[in-house]
Design a protein around this ligand. Sequence first.
Ligand SMILES: [Zn+2]
Length: 415
Amino acid sequence: MPRAGRLLLGAVVAALAIAALRLPAPRVGRPGELLDPTVVRRWSRADTLGRGETLTALLQRRGFDPLEAANILEATPLDSRRLRAGMTIEVRGDSAGSPGNEVRFFLGVDRIIVARRDEAGEWRATDERLPWTTDTVLIRGTVQSNLYAAIDAGAADWLSGSARQELAWTVADIYEYRVDMSRDLQQGDRLRVVVERESLQTGASRIGRVLAAGLERGGKEVQAIRLEGASGRSRYYDQDGRSLAATFLRAPLSFRRMSSGFGGRRHPVLGTWRAHKGLDYSAASGTPVRTIGDGTVTFAGRRGGYGNVVEVRHINGFVTRYAHLRGFGPAIRSGARVSIGQTIGYVGSTGLSTGPHLHFEVLVRGTHRDPRAALQSAAGPALRGADLDRFGSVRRVAQQALEGPTGLVRAAVTN
Ligand SMILES: [Zn+2]
């Protein structure tokens, strides 16, 4: 055979060998598949309730006739007026082509109403609640850009996304008299939190009580330790036993209301203190604005470049001003008494403003002061006597937990 022919033959043989390798393997059914006609293969279809859609309509869309849909709903305790759009339902049936004989209504992550049709064709429903289990975890985070990102990265192994967001909000609430989380944090600030975690077997998780926290800014840590009061109401105290609650909140917008979760941009500072003697907070139009302290409204109305503005007089010669509001809170008018945290208006863009934001000013005895300095909170009242003794032992356990390894906390941190 000439050399070229041998090469050609070799190539053909090689190609055949490759083709043989690629031949499909003889098909072997999974155990029971196709071989045993009595094996039932269940099917399932999930669907969600549309906005304004009735459950009857949804069930019909999933193949039930109107009478059967009515029978299904009659068997359940569902109140169709109280169901929200987006609720998931799942229809299950036996062999393909057969009508559904089970409908699962997912009322929440931990509650499912299951309706089943029995042999006689009757629908019966059971209310299945999945049990939550509670444990305690220590989360650590370092601020790179903002509080969300720090907790998101630090708690990823321990909490679900929604639980991480809730934790960021809760931490901001705990420190709201000491720290304006939207603008006081800096890169490198550190956070640690001992928090109860509630989990379902499905992997869903949510947070319970925050038992202790530590926020270190510029090398100085302020701890927040939860102490149950005699009335059953709990409060947070710093490591020196002084209440974290004080006369003034640090910010006129709740962190929870002004920011929209993970991946959210850092809130820009629209103007500087020097430029116009106030702080600007970027927030969506309609975001509630709260008075930072108890006081009396001395003005609520329209005034020049401020647009709709509310002015509140507090103790110690403090006056706060909230401008560019879209509108005013309920019963907010000159002379009204307001208490700390109360909604006095809503973010807008009235007056000299280019977009929705809150312009916030603090005056002390008639002089403009930088709110960041003026509201540096004097610590709240200190614990005394028996309360201070009790706090001592609570603090010891809490601080041990804060020092421990990240993740599951073994010791019981309660009081
Ligand atoms: Zn401004």
